[in-house]
Design a protein around this ligand. Structure first.
Ligand SMILES: [Zn+2]
Length: 426
């Protein structure tokens, strides 16, 4: 509040200098005594101190190396673990309410950004379905009072049946201020037509003319290779038809493109054929309305999924996707956590934790899964001031009761979430 008043007075010309040095640390916050996982390649710091001033990290390190500013509010977090707020590199925000779509408005956007935040997901890269209100919230998040998840936006998923139409749609999203251009190259297991390659080429060309990266929804290995050669900048789903091969691995590494597995997207296609285990997880139940769970448990819905050939095929695709993560991780490919949450029955917040558990089940170490969900994810979505706990970055972090480096399920032991140094309301 004090900061806001100062900023307003300064804007109005009432103050010509910032806070005098004697009071400059009054708004500082010092987290003292935690294990700190900073989201970089570094090993965790034991008994660390992290100081936030004016929403940004001022210093971080072992207790012996950090001076706590006089006047800072100290928070004892000994025995706990601090990690950066999680980054979902592929989500969707604003459209769903309950199990229905078409609910895009500012209130619903804010509700979902609050939900992500309570689960420790402090940044969401929304890859499609974004309208004006989402762009407006993206533009209003460099605010030291922020206490909901940050959002980045792609605008519409670009479609069109001519080069001119594709270029016009890219321009429309670019004019609105999109962070990414999103495109789908998929035939939905043979049910629909794929976008022809010459239109994809035009899309990449136009996006790059507008200096925007292209994020691609895909399914097939052959398409993935084509798109990497054509200049795609982000692979927004797993390759799920075949094992990745050396040609693909060499290509994605040479192009320095990130890969977002979205394993829980696959899970969501078939898991409700029975009652999923997570329906009895308190960490899930605390945010989900019982009526939604009842609908998902309906015997009709379950039997429809059991008899759905696409659900059963996506179940097999998930196994391919998980084997591919292991191969890509071993080959040093940049993997970013992303879930494709937002559409009905893909639960924002909870699924990001499930995704990390599945990344570890696929063969990544817990620390690598955390990096994929923090520092690497920030790098992959081109956002410079979140994702790691380093001086100058926003104070977006999660305090955990137990250490996730020894068991990834411990990311669920959330005690508090902080965004720009503001505690997210429970
Ligand atoms: Zn998506």
């Amino acid at each position: 509040m004090r900061t806001t008043i100062t900023a307003v007075l300064t804007l109005l010309g009432f103050l010509t200098i910032a806070n005098p040095p004697a009071t400059a640390n009054e708004g500082s916050l010092a987290f003292v005594g935690a294990r700190i996982i900073d989201g970089t390649a570094a090993e965790p710091i034991e008994d660390g101190v992290l100081v936030i001033t004016d929403g940004r990290i001022r210093s971080v390190g072992p207790r012996s190396a950090v001076t706590i500013p006089e006047g800072a509010r100290q928070i004892d977090v000994s025995g706990k673990t601090i990690m950066p707020g999680l980054i979902n590199a592929h989500g969707h925000v604003g459209g769903t309410l309950g199990l229905g779509g078409g609910q895009y408005n500012t209130g619903n956007l804010l509700r979902q950004l609050g939900l992500y935040a309570r689960y420790g997901v402090t940044t969401v890269n929304s890859l499609g379905g974004d309208e004006e209100q989402g762009f407006a919230l993206r533009n209003r998040q460099h605010d030291p009072d922020l206490n909901r998840a940050r959002i980045f936006v792609a605008g519409s998923v670009v479609v069109g049946d001519s080069e001119a139409a594709i270029r016009a749609e890219v321009n429309r999203n670019a004019d609105m201020g999109a962070n990414f251009i999103k495109v789908r190259i998929d035939d939905n297991l043979g049910a629909t037509q794929k976008m022809p390659r010459h239109l994809f080429d035009a899309l990449v060309d136009q996006a790059h003319i507008r200096r925007l990266p292209v994020a691609v929804h895909l399914f097939y290995l052959e398409d993935a290779k084509y798109m990497l050669n054509a200049g795609a900048d982000l692979i927004a789903h797993s390759v799920r038809d075949l094992p990745v091969d050396t040609e693909f691995i060499n290509l994605i590494n040479a192009k320095d493109v990130c890969y977002i597995p979205t394993l829980t997207r696959e899970v969501s296609t078939f898991v409700y054929e029975n009652e999923p285990e997570f329906f009895s997880d308190p960490f899930f139940l605390k945010e989900v309305e019982p009526a939604i769970i009842e609908q998902l448990k309906s015997p009709e819905r379950q039997s429809r999924l059991r008899n759905s050939s696409s659900a059963q095929r996506y179940k097999i695709a998930l196994e391919v996707a998980m084997a591919n993560i292991r191969a890509l991780d071993e080959a040093g490919v940049k993997i970013a956590m992303g879930t494709d949450t937002g559409p009905p029955a893909r639960f924002q917040g909870y699924f990001e934790h499930l995704e990390m558990q599945m990344m570890v089940a696929a063969g990544m170490s817990p620390l690598d899964a955390i990096r994929a969900s923090t520092g690497v994810a920030a790098d992959c979505i081109n956002v410079g001031d979140v994702g790691t706990l380093e001086p100058g970055k926003w104070g977006d972090l999660v305090v955990l009761g137990a250490n996730p480096a020894v068991d990834i399920e411990n990311t669920k032991t959330i005690e508090s979430v902080w965004i720009a140094g503001n505690r997210v309301p429970d």
